[in-house]
Design a protein around this ligand. Structure first.
Ligand code: IDC
Length: 520
């Protein structure tokens, strides 16, 4: 209880200083007596290298080439150039132009940016950037390195200089292991020690940017066969091994109107374009399940088709015009009991229990009690499957849910946005909710206005997706159909059996599909 209160107080403190969450460094996995404790805290407090939303720092994880270069550039006060493509492309280009590394070591095509950086290359970048005048004596310093023969010639100079200046020390056996990776804790040490040779790290230009200087996680992609049963750890969706995972894909339109786009061929196409997620939007109103129970079979068939394609799949109780979920709580509990019996052994499944509560409802008055009732029904059948819960104001009030969360495991809160209508204010709510420990899943968003038309708003959509990527929040786009509205991913007349080429995709679809497997 006390620990919970303390954690909440800390989270609130973080929230007050939300713009500098890294100043709340009390990482769960950085022990007081660890050799790197003070350096990690210093790096974190100065905004050079932050921890993760779940309160961990992951000191033993390897740091990637893009991350290490970014952190070094920050310490050196180097600004990124103009860029597109990889999130670190601007800084990599600037570093390359400075001569911190050569073209062939990290080609600008970017395919090595997200690989662990070899220790010899990290030493070179750090020394060139932060201590270019230090020189290492070959005879004395090479003696210190047991595995000197493994070092490539082009790295002699910076590595010897780093040894001379105490920036590098070998391991207990005196080995440097030049081609192996560098851990995040070691990266803190290398950057700080090198920066201290010339008056310490430069203050970052904008230390208040909540977007960490590095992507907080390098989430796994891949389908169900790679990632298996999902679990929520802290605020992060993870795979069966506890590694962060992000799901990206498409929502169906209303199954009663556009169910044909949940065909085996359509979902195979979706998969081919790089998605690992499909959402089955089973409307309850507007001619949906509550007036036509045969829609259930259609919804189950769509789930089964997604399972066939190795996709994760959200089964969505799509309340919309009927905004108070309590009005049909019994029917929902019954529906999800059957669904959970059917899919309890299917790792693909996620249950979304109320698309968008709206109208005269509050979190604590209606939505939370509804969620408790339906979650109990699901848990009686499926103790572990991930459950997605909406909030009032069309699933925008995640901050209210976060302040009064549900009990239980593997529960996430949905946030829905439409890029032509919602902006920074709603993004800030995600950070507020995460700071309070509430896991967030964007189970529906559109490139259009909230009415499904207008735009498309691709610049605004890009800002949103970059924001979500930085927090490794999963998303699902509205919608996979050919209706003549801008939010539809397919052009009118596209084949419901799939096999879509670029020409079949709408402006929205082309943008969204290009983001399934990349963060461009
Ligand atoms: C919209 C559809 C539109 C349909 C309307 C009413 O795009 O063709 O006529 O619903 O059924 C949501 C809802 C989602 C909406 C979408 C766009 O979850 O059902 O679809 N939207 O308005 N929330 C915010 C926006």
């Amino acid at each position: 209880m006390l620990r919970k209160a303390l954690a909440l107080a800390l989270a609130l403190l973080c929230q007050l200083t939300l713009l500098a969450p890294q100043s709340c460094a009390a990482y769960t996995d950085v022990p007081q007596n660890a050799w790197y404790h003070d350096m990690v805290n210093q790096m974190s407090q100065t905004g050079l290298l932050s921890g993760y939303q779940d309160g961990s720092f992951r000191p033993d994880n390897p740091i990637t080439a893009a991350e290490f270069t970014t952190v070094t550039a920050r310490a050196a006060g180097l600004s990124p150039g103009a860029s597109s493509g990889h999130w670190a492309a601007g800084i990599m280009q600037a570093a390359l132009e400075k001569g911190w590394y050569d073209w062939d070591e990290l080609p600008p095509t970017g395919e090595q940016y997200d690989q662990p950086i070899p220790r010899q290359l990290a030493a070179k970048i750090a020394m060139k950037a932060l201590a270019p005048d230090v020189w290492g004596d070959y005879n004395t310093q090479s003696q210190k390195i047991q595995d000197f023969a493994a070092l490539e010639g082009r790295y002699y100079e910076p590595v010897l200089a780093a040894y001379q200046a105490g920036v590098l020390q070998g391991d207990d056996d005196g080995n440097f292991r030049p081609k192996e990776g560098l851990s995040r804790a070691e990266a803190c040490a290398v950057v700080l020690r090198a920066a201290n040779l010339s008056g310490g790290p430069k203050a970052p230009a904008q230390p208040e940017q909540p977007a960490a200087p590095v992507q907080p996680v390098q989430p796994c992609k891949g389908g169900v066969s790679e990632n298996g049963r999902l679990q929520v750890i802290g605020t992060q969706l993870c795979n069966k091994n506890g590694q962060p995972v992000t799901l990206r894909g498409m929502s169906s339109h209303g199954m009663q109107w556009y169910g044909q786009f949940a065909s085996a061929g359509a979902l195979a196409s979706l998969k081919e374009w790089g998605a690992n997620l499909f959402r089955v939007a089973m409307y309850t109103g507007e001619g949906g399940y509550l007036s036509d129970s045969s829609l259930k079979e259609k919804a189950f068939a769509a789930v089964d088709a997604a399972v066939q394609q190795d996709l994760y799949v959200i089964l969505d109780w799509h309340i919309l015009s009927d905004g108070n979920p309590m009005d049909h709580a019994e029917q929902a509990a019954e529906f999800f009991t059957e669904a959970a019996q059917r899919y309890r052994d299917t790792p693909n499944i996620l249950y979304e229990i109320c698309n968008e509560p709206n109208g005269n409802v509050s979190w604590s008055g209606q939505v939370k009690p509804y969620a408790q009732q339906v979650i109990a029904a699901i848990r009686a059948q499926d103790p572990k499957g991930v459950i997605l819960v909406g909030s009032p104001t069309w699933s925008q009030d995640v901050h209210l849910a976060a302040q009064d969360p549900l009990e239980g495991e593997n529960i996430m809160y949905t946030l829905h946005f439409y890029a032509g209508t919602h902006g920074q204010q709603l993004r800030d709510r995600i950070d507020q909710a995460l700071a309070l420990g509430a896991p967030i899943f964007v189970s529906e968003w559109g490139t259009s206005r909230a009415d499904g038309g207008g735009g498309v708003y691709l610049e605004e959509s890009k800002t949103w997706l970059d924001f979500l990527d930085q927090r490794s929040v999963s998303w699902c786009n509205w919608s996979l159909c050919d209706k003549g509205e801008t939010s539809a991913a397919l052009n009118p007349g596209a084949n419901p059996a799939g096999g879509w080429s670029e020409q079949d995709l709408s402006a929205s679809g082309r943008f969204v599909f290009s983001r399934f497997s990349s963060s461009n």
